[in-house]
Ligand binder design. Structure first.
Ligand code: NAP
Ligand code: MG
Length: 505
């Protein structure tokens, strides 16, 4: 069934693809912004090797795969494909480094390395942000103003913990776990690496990290930073490749702990593969977050938070607020405000500093978003999309709001991981909570109301690991993050996050 799209105002721009004469700015002005300085300075390498035992080494199979720029589908680099033999070498290097150096080092000394890594990341933040946007498609203002500052903050925060672990767990003396396998997704490539590497190192563990297939470049630049910081060889190893590389790592007998962030589907496979072993496991999986707007909420503020919470980073956010529950009395007003606001969002070149929504990370993800939106319309939803000219090459999806959604629609149940907001309604606070909890996931939620008492009453009943009130998607390394139900278990960040990288028995 063809998609039924209501046309709104003009939005899209993409200086990289659409000629300047045809570009239209959302507010009708004829002038253009200057290009961001970031758009010209950094070029990824033609080829990246594996990082094992402190050195860049060729994969034993001699095979490489390409990583594309999702904004134009051109190859950026070739990435080494790690197979079982490479994974074996990386785990052995991590074990040696653990036994001989890192596991024995005092927390105070470990902390110095972490501080050094954090400072070098800050120095190279601009370059890393550009590489992140090129390889993953996220707007430079996200990678520059959110991802990179958070990456550095995670290293700084955990550097501070390294010599204080003995005071972190009352009455218990924490010991490192050993060799940690860390597998991460493509939506926050460097930030997810930092979330995993920083606490593991602070607690005295060594690491084999596997980045996602479509976004390995910044991890390899992080490897260079680790060399520059003179981190002892083998403390962090990075093996690039596809799902098979991840599987080989998970099943390796020499691994003591697995930290995985990714889909619930793969999380379940990993849980099965580790059942009955002595491996410690933490899973950060998918989400289907709900926003609840009560009729007393500050509506402009709520709409702004909701827009940021789903269209930010193209909706490639596990805690993206993809379901919106609006109290019936303010439904019309909220829809009008949402409709007006999405018509001012700018879709286009990720390296343009004015872009709000960049490129979808891969063709496969774009296909998944399209098929779920088509299903939403076929099941009776009404699609509101601004009219915009999307570039011909690259992977793009216009910001979309689907109204008339009911709880049984696929779009209300399945994770979409794209810039698509489903809108549902409710009458009473109890109904809102019941409907928001009607999902197998439980990662995050947002509550919008003028009344503090209503906030506390609502959040105590929401089954979600993080609930934001009158704001959304606020992060800090001191604050734990993680899920309920099929969104996984274990926490990252804060003292709770440290607990998954130590043994207390
Ligand atoms: P994914 O397919 O599960 O992949 C995640 C990572 O696992 C990638 O490095 C992937 O490699 C690897 N992998 C694939 N199959 C594997 C296997 N059988 N054994 C071991 N590793 C395997 O997830 P994704 O599609 O890349 O990422 C999106 C998902 O991540 C969403 O569901 C999102 O909600 C979730 N996510 C959750 C959080 C959180 O904190 N809860 C944060 C970010 C993302 P390839 O890339 O080569 O496939
Ligand atoms: Mg790429």
């Amino acid at each position: 069934m063809p998609r039924k799209a209501k046309t709104l105002a003009v939005v899209a721009h993409s200086p990289a693809v659409i000629p300047a004469s045809k570009r239209t700015l959302s507010f009708g002005a004829k002038w253009q912004y200057a290009p961001a300085p970031e758009s010209v300075v950094v070029k990824p390498d033609a080829r990246y090797e594996l990082f094992i035992g402190g050195k860049f080494v060729k994969p034993k199979s001699g095979q490489y795969f390409s990583t594309l720029n999702p904004a134009n589908e051109k190859q950026l680099s070739e990435i080494a494909l790690a197979e079982q033999a490479d994974v074996n070498a990386a785990v052995s290097a991590a074990r040696r480094a653990y036994d001989n150096v890192w596991g024995k080092m005092s927390g105070r000394e470990r902390g110095k390395y972490l501080f050094r890594i954090a400072r070098i990341i800050q120095e190279k933040a601009r370059e890393l942000a550009v590489l992140e946007s090129l390889d993953g498609g996220k707007p430079i203002k996200e990678s520059r103003d959110f991802d990179l500052p958070q990456v550095a903050a995670h290293f700084f925060y955990h550097a501070g913990w390294a010599d204080k672990l003995d005071y972190a767990f009352s009455g218990k003396m924490p010991r490192p776990v050993g060799v940690c396998a860390q597998i991460i997704p493509w939506n926050f490539p460097l930030l997810m690496a930092a979330w995993k590497i920083a606490p593991a190192l602070a607690c005295g563990n060594t690491i084999v990290l596997k980045p996602a297939e479509t976004t390995s470049i910044t991890a390899m630049h992080l490897a260079r930073i680790l060399q520059e910081a003179e981190l002892p060889d083998g403390v962090v190893n990075i093996v690039t490749g596809a799902g098979e590389t991840g599987r080989a790592l998970v099943e390796h007998a020499g691994v003591d702990k697995i930290a995985f962030t990714g889909s619930t589907e793969v999380g379940k496979l990993i849980a099965k593969a580790t059942a009955g072993t002595n491996k410690k496991l933490a899973l950060e999986l998918g989400g289907k977050a709900a926003h609840i707007i009560f009729d007393d909420a500050p509506l402009d503020q709520a709409v702004e938070g909701i827009i940021g919470g789903i269209f930010f980073n193209q909706g490639h956010v596990c805690c993206a607020g993809s379901r919106l529950f609006v109290q019936e009395g303010v439904y019309r007003t909220v829809i009008k405000k949402l409709r007006d606001r999405i018509s001012t969002l700018r879709v286009g070149d990720p390296l343009d500093k004015n872009t709000d929504i960049g490129a979808i990370n891969s063709r496969a993800q774009l296909d998944k978003i399209r098929s779920l939106v088509d299903a939403g319309v076929a099941e009776g939803g009404e699609l509101l999309q601004p009219r915009c000219t999307l570039p011909e090459r690259g992977y793009w999806f216009a910001p979309s709001v689907i109204t008339g959604v009911t709880a049984s629609h696929r779009i209300a149940q399945e994770e979409i991981f794209g810039p698509v907001l489903s809108v549902l309604t409710f009458r009473t606070p109890d109904e809102a909570v019941e409907r928001a909890n009607n999902t197998p996931y439980g990662l995050s939620a947002g509550v919008w109301t003028d009344k503090g008492s209503k906030i506390f009453k609502t959040i105590s009943k929401l089954r979600a690991g993080v609930v934001w009130a009158n704001t959304y998607n606020k992060f800090d390394p001191t604050s734990p993050f993680g899920g309920y139900k099929e969104s996984g278990f274990g926490r990252e960040g804060g003292i709770h996050g440290l607990a998954s990288y130590v043994r207390l028995d």
